[in-house]
Write a protein that binds this ligand. Structure first.
Ligand SMILES: *Cc1c(COP(=O)(O)O)cnc(C)c1O
Length: 857
């Protein structure tokens, strides 16, 4: 028989077909190639008007949309004079913006971060940290400071979320097509693609580099998914926070070491180096190498220089949330660095250890602290939490004395205020409102705006959200198995006059997304009110490895399908920047109920403030500073119970009570359709007293005033004249270190202090006297009386204060005597001891050289 079929396998060749963009539209293309458009509502409107369907289909990605635009539509656009004029106007505006000279009076900054949430179209972020970094880059551009940002380009980014019919989260990893993104390949001086070559534990890794223009700022992204790499090397940049620990190490290696290599190749030097979260801390290892190899500095001197220009920002309030690597893993990747730095293996490993050994592992946050002069948390409360968390790094000092400071997070106003609000700001605050965005005086003008103007914006934004929910339900009810009658009932319940309460963020368990469901009966009573309807909208992703977080999502879905909650509690899938921009401005109240002290800052509530949305939140993170009476609602900062379950019950009850007794009555006061005048007064007060203090402009200015300026000044001083001051400091530290153990205590006495309670006796002011033999130590020494109290029950030691001894002169040989007389302190029981430490005025703070000798009486 004749075989009836035969075919060889096809080899497909990939080609691209694209319509030719005529010269008239080259300015349009230029607009799409700078992410400046992502915070220009006018540009977004223009793109959308080209082809609303294609715009939606490409997830609002103008580069991609232009690639898909048919020849016919292109020809039409070229004839559309009105359209062309608008393109030209925006193009001119961008060019004028780009041509302004950068502000050279402020220090230049290199900024490293694992994720950047700039636009929904660039999937290199997962949550708050990324959004913050993205907002920061945008504000750096608007403020025209010299900032260079470095990150990684992930092929798959973070996952997109859908739900299965049982309410389980399904994670999809969708590859990004880099051709459809505003990425420019970075070229070397010969005009070829710049490639970095790294060697990670004998694995050769080639890395290409892309530049993303974000207004005036360049964001450089490293990408190992290149043909010359093997599969393992290619996969390094495949996903954000995916893969195993070793891949996390490779990513952090790439960011820190590779990113610093890149800056060197591009000839970019900065005054200040800012690691946004400990992930980036390896940057300082490479900077040390550069100083040792290129400048011939000893490693100790290099460390002084690197430290003086480095800032570490921590975003995680619990040590367990930080990155730790096994020492053996560090050895595999960093052994070549030990000899390049001219230090021993143990000396290197110690850079990642606190005084208790960091639980036997190498800690990225400790590496960051040991190589950075300054460190900060991201809100006032979180600054205090961080001082405590990092106390084990500097034994002998108390959190109250720590140099760890804070800058409270903010949000980029033109990104997060809805376009309607931005028009409102122009109308009422003036065209240059952005230049005054962190000043209350400007926002105060809102007090005289008629309520109706504000109500109209609020209704318009709510309508947009409702439309979005409707179309989401229509699109997804099939795939998530929502029965038709439930889908219809949900749509019916979406009334415009209802009070909408929103909750969305990463579903980490500490954020307690389930809190509202503590008492379903009470909740049902609140929601089941025909006259004063209330709705809850949830959204958020749980990390694929976080079973607890995913269970919370499932619980919300389950509750949302109970008859009494259908259409009243809604979960929207796939929370991202685009959804946040519709959801946050569209609700009336933004809810946040984290476990206390776990929310480092939180920023979504700040986005709410920029849109006249009122916050209902635990006094944690930014809200601890932000809350003002009559401008939102707060749950107390203190815990009542140590038992978390009881605390959850109490917090839920408080939330129900606030909603029932304050929020609903205020919203509907004398106004069956909601958004009463009283409510608008709340909005006005919140926009006047809260909004100006949580903008990204304010945050950037704080970083300069509190941290960058100081670092720039001191690091310049250290580098001056061949690093002379750095060398002097090192010489001094070396002498102290070599002789420190030759100090001996001869006598420590006091008079006029009671060892036992004595209620009727008279006594004089206490005098303390310490005599030491300084041995071979020549440095100045400081003796301080440290006063603490000890909790009899827990044994916990609390810092009370300190007093400085004066040295009794003249010295006799190497003997030094210190004396202190203090007026009687507050009555009570104290624990006292004397702390002796070396002193050099050139050091930036106490922890810089943490040598301590405790002397007891
Ligand atoms: C703002 C934002 C976050 C951060 O929300 P928090 O309340 O600060 O946790 C996370 N994801 C997206 C998409 C956001 O826009």
């Amino acid at each position: 028989m004749i075989p009836q079929y035969k075919c060889n396998p096809p080899q497909w060749t990939e080609i691209y077909s694209q319509s030719n963009l005529p010269a008239e539209l080259q300015s349009l293309r230029a607009l799409t190639m700078n992410l400046w458009w992502s915070w220009q509502p006018r540009a977004i409107r223009l793109f959308q008007s080209i082809d609303p369907e294609l715009w939606a289909q490409t997830d609002g990605n103008p580069c991609w949309m232009l690639h898909l635009l048919g020849a016919e539509r292109i020809a039409e656009l070229c004839q559309d004079q009105h359209f062309l004029a608008e393109v030209q106007a925006l193009y001119d505006e961008l060019q004028a913006y780009l041509q302004e000279r950068p502000d050279e009076t402020r220090p230049s900054v290199a900024y490293f971060c694992m994720e950047y949430g700039i636009s929904n179209t660039l999937h290199i972020y997962s949550g708050g940290l990324g959004i913050l970094a993205g907002d920061y880059v945008k504000e750096a551009s608007d403020s025209n400071v010299r900032l260079t940002a470095v990150g990684l380009l992930y092929r798959y980014g973070y996952f997109t979320q859908s739900l299965d019919p049982s309410g389980n989260q399904v994670a999809h990893y969708v590859p990004q097509n880099f051709h459809n993104l505003p990425l420019e390949p970075v070229l070397n001086e010969r005009g070829e693609r710049l490639t970095l070559h790294l060697e990670m534990a004998s694995l050769p890794v080639a890395c290409q580099v892309w530049r993303v223009p974000v207004g005036r700022v360049s964001l450089y992204l490293l990408d190992t998914d290149v043909p010359e790499n093997g599969d393992l090397a290619k996969s390094i940049t495949h996903s954000l926070y995916g893969g195993d620990w070793e891949n996390r190490l490779r990513q952090e290696y790439l960011l820190g070491i590779g990113g610093t290599m890149l800056l060197k190749q591009l000839g970019i030097t900065c005054d200040v180096y800012h690691m946004n979260e400990g992930h980036a801390a390896f940057m300082n290892v490479e900077r040390l190498v550069n100083l040792v190899e290129d400048r011939g500095l000893p490693c100790d001197v290099a460390l002084e220089v690197v430290r003086a220009s480095s800032l570490y920002t921590v975003h995680t309030p619990v040590p367990a949330g930080h990155d730790y690597f096994e020492d053996a893993l560090i050895d595999r990747y960093f052994t070549p660095f030990y000899s390049r730095l001219g230090i021993s293996r143990d000396e290197f490993i110690q850079l990642g250890k606190d005084s208790h050994g960091s639980g036997g592992k190498f800690s990225m946050s400790v590496l960051a602290l040991h190589t950075s002069q300054e460190a900060n948390g991201v809100s006032k409360l979180h600054g205090d939490v961080s001082k405590r968390m990092f106390a084990p790094v500097w034994e002998g000092f108390f959190p109250e004395e720590s140099h760890v400071s804070y800058v409270t997070n903010g949000v980029h106003l033109p990104t997060w205020a809805a376009p309607e609000w931005q028009q409102f700001f122009v109308r009422h605050f003036g065209a240059d409102y952005l230049n005054h965005q962190s000043q209350e005086e400007m926002w105060a003008r809102i007090m005289s705006v008629p309520s109706e103007d504000i109500r109209q914006i609020r209704q318009c934004l709510k309508r947009r959200l409702i439309q979005h929910i409707q179309s989401t339900i229509i699109k997804t009810h099939g795939e998530i198995g929502l029965p038709p009658q439930l889908a219809k009932a949900t749509l019916d319940e979406l009334q415009e006059r209802a009070l909408y309460i929103g909750f969305s963020r990463r579903f980490a368990t500490y954020k307690r997304a389930h809190l509202l469901f503590e008492d379903l009966e009470t909740l049902a009573k609140i929601l089941d009110n025909e006259e004063r309807p209330v709705r809850f909208i949830f959204a958020g992703k749980a990390h694929p490895a976080d079973g607890g977080g995913q269970a919370l999502i499932k619980r919300i879905i389950e509750v949302s399908r109970m008859p009494q909650f259908v259409g009243k509690i809604i979960f929207l899938p796939d929370y991202d920047i685009a959804l946040a921009k519709t959801l946050i401005p569209g609700v009336d109240v933004w809810l946040n109920n984290p476990t206390r002290l776990m929310e480092a800052s939180g920023t979504s509530g700040e986005k709410a403030e920029m849109n006249g949305v009122l916050n209902l939140s635990v006094l944690d993170g930014w809200w601890y500073e932000g809350y003002k009476e009559g401008a939102g609602w707060a749950l107390s900062a203190e815990r009542t119970y140590t038992d978390q379950h009881l605390q959850d019950q109490l917090d839920a009850m408080t939330i129900y009570q606030l909603i029932e007794q304050e929020i609903v009555p205020t919203y509907y006061a004398d106004m069956p359709t909601g958004c009463s005048d009283r409510w608008v007064d709340y909005i006005k007060r919140s926009m006047l007293y809260i909004a100006p203090h949580f903008t990204m402009r304010r945050m950037l200015d704080d970083y300069y005033e509190r941290l960058y300026n100081k670092l720039a000044v001191r690091s310049e001083l250290l580098e001056h004249q061949g690093y002379q001051q750095a060398r002097d400091i090192v010489a001094w530290k070396q002498r102290v270190a070599a002789t420190w153990d030759t100090i001996t205590v001869q006598e420590a006495t006091f008079e006029g202090v009671m060892r036992e309670p004595n209620y009727n006796g008279q006594h004089s002011d206490p005098t303390f006297r310490v005599t030491i033999d300084a041995g071979q130590v020549e440095a100045e020494l400081v003796a301080e009386l440290i006063v603490t109290t000890r909790d009899d029950l827990t044994g916990e030691v609390q810092y009370v204060g300190k007093d400085l001894f004066h040295e009794v002169m003249p010295r006799m040989g190497t003997t030094r005597t210190y004396e202190l007389t203090v007026p009687s302190a507050q009555p009570g029981k104290y624990q006292i001891a004397v702390r002796l430490r070396p002193y050099l005025p050139e050091l930036p703070h106490l922890m810089d050289f943490a040598y301590v000798r405790w002397i007891s009486f």
